[in-house]
Design a protein around this ligand. Structure first.
Ligand SMILES: [Zn+2]
Length: 162
């Protein structure tokens, strides 16, 4: 079976907070709007003219998106969301190397971090069995690299030859 080598992190993303990688790579965790009481993380800020600012907060990174309604609270499809806030560093500095990156770059970094934590494949019986099989064969299924124990043994062998 061909094994992929562990990808290197983008130098512009490797030190970023996980939440930035998650939200930029897989999308924000916005609460769904509901009829009736406003859900958690949704606020409606009334204005004098009878319109409202709907303020919706990402449950993961804390970034806010805001849209103003028509008077009476009605939806105006010409009004776009405005975005602000979130985890420090969420917005890349304009003109920086990171500002030139796109969603797929963040998604790749998200998968890389997930693989590092051995959660890719989920917590299923099939995933656990595949991990056991790979470990028995001396490989980390997610990275294609020899298992840590084998690396330690290799280091010991090398040291012993000196
Ligand atoms: Zn978010």
């Amino acid at each position: 079976m061909p094994r992929a080598s562990r990808p290197k992190p983008s130098p512009h993303l490797k030190d970023l907070d996980d939440r930035i990688i998650e939200c930029r790579g897989a999308g924000h965790d916005w609460p769904q709007l509901k009829v009736g009481f406003l859900p958690e993380n949704v606020r409606a800020v009334p204005a004098r003219d009878g319109s409202f600012q709907m303020v919706i907060t990402c449950r993961n990174c804390g970034r806010e998106r805001t849209r103003t309604t028509l008077p009476g609270g009605y939806y105006d499809d010409t009004i776009r969301f405005a975005y602000r806030g979130g985890v420090e560093g969420f917005a890349a500095r304009p003109g920086s190397d990171r500002a030139a990156l796109a969603k797929p770059d963040y998604t790749a970094e998200l998968y890389r971090r997930m693989a590092e934590n051995a959660t890719l494949g989920g917590d299923s019986e099939d995933a656990r069995q595949a991990m056991k099989d790979a470990a028995a064969a001396g490989y980390d299924m997610l990275t294609g690299q020899p298992t840590v124990r084998d690396k330690a043994a290799a280091v010991t062998r090398r040291a012993g030859k000196k």
